[in-house]
Design a binder for this molecule. Structure first.
Ligand code: IPE
Ligand code: IPE
Ligand code: MG
Length: 252
């Protein structure tokens, strides 16, 4: 047996977990209920995953709530989702604050109606100094939008002469993306069986560990989350190095 390979332990907790919460509609349809019933049940799962993250010492949780492409859904579903989003923000923010959670909405929030935008500002302001967990809700978010807005900001700097095009590096691009103040996701989870990114974080997932499960989001309970964390803990992240190099660094 090679003694330089350490067994993975479950103490290997990710700092940042990013989740595509998928499968609400199918969950409801399976029960013969309208899709919105699945979205409502999904809010319960959000609550339990936030709590699990806080307990486990995960520092950042990013949840994909509404993609820039989800506007293509039937008007009625979009408007019910907006209502649910606003109600959840209004209802949950005090509890989040009490639990020392910092809430951030990432995405192009200018597309939301005024009431939602005001609630977003209020919620972010109230929780801005909290330290236990950063909770990012990606709403009207798209990875392509994120990169586009970063490129625009850089192009403006070049236009005004404060930046030379030769000075653009991948680090500088990262610094202009949403969540530039946070570590990139260590673990990406998608529930609901699909194995795709659906325009979620594209740049930031460059070296994330990917985990896909058939479990539908409303059924994604603490045990299901633990399975994802166990899978993560068992992986060796190499970032281009060899496995041997990584073991040496760990033992140094
Ligand atoms: C994810 O569940 C929630 C949102 C996209 C808002 P879906 O609504 O996509 O559920 P399925 O994929 O249709 O089952
Ligand atoms: C991705 O799920 C977006 C969210 C979970 C918010 P979708 O259900 O919209 O993804 P596609 O359309 O199946 O790729
Ligand atoms: Mg879906």
């Amino acid at each position: 047996m090679q003694d330089n390979i350490k067994p993975a332990t479950t103490s290997n907790i990710p700092k940042h977990v990013a989740i595509i919460m998928d499968g609400n509609g199918r969950w409801a349809q399976k029960k013969g209920s309208p899709r919105i019933a699945g979205h409502k049940a999904g809010v319960e799962t959000v609550r339990s995953v936030i709590q699990a993250c806080a307990e486990k010492g995960i520092e950042v949780l990013t949840l994909f709530a509404f993609s820039s492409e989800n506007w293509r859904r039937p008007e009625k579903e979009v408007s019910l989702l907006m209502g649910l989003f606003l109600a959840a923000l209004q209802r949950e923010v005090k509890k989040l604050h009490k639990n020392d959670v910092r809430l951030k909405i990432v995405g192009d929030v200018t597309a939301f109606d005024k009431k939602i935008q005001e609630q977003i500002i209020k919620s972010e302001e109230l929780t801005k100094n909290n330290k236990r967990l950063v909770l990012n809700i990606a709403a009207n978010y798209g990875g392509q939008w994120d990169i586009t807005q970063a490129v625009k900001a850089l192009a403006k700097k070049v236009e005004t002469g404060s930046l030379k095009s030769d000075e653009i590096t991948s680090d500088l691009i990262s610094q202009h993306l949403s969540m530039n103040d946070l570590p990139e996701p260590d673990l990406f989870i998608r529930t609901g069986g699909e194995q795709r990114i659906s325009n979620f974080l594209i740049w930031q997932l460059a070296y994330s560990e990917l985990y896909f499960t058939d479990t539908l989001w409303p059924d994604f309970d603490r045990d299901a989350f633990d399975l994802a964390l166990q899978s993560f803990a068992g992986r060796q992240r190499r970032f281009g190095h060899t496995g041997e190099q990584i073991e040496k660094m760990k033992n140094a």
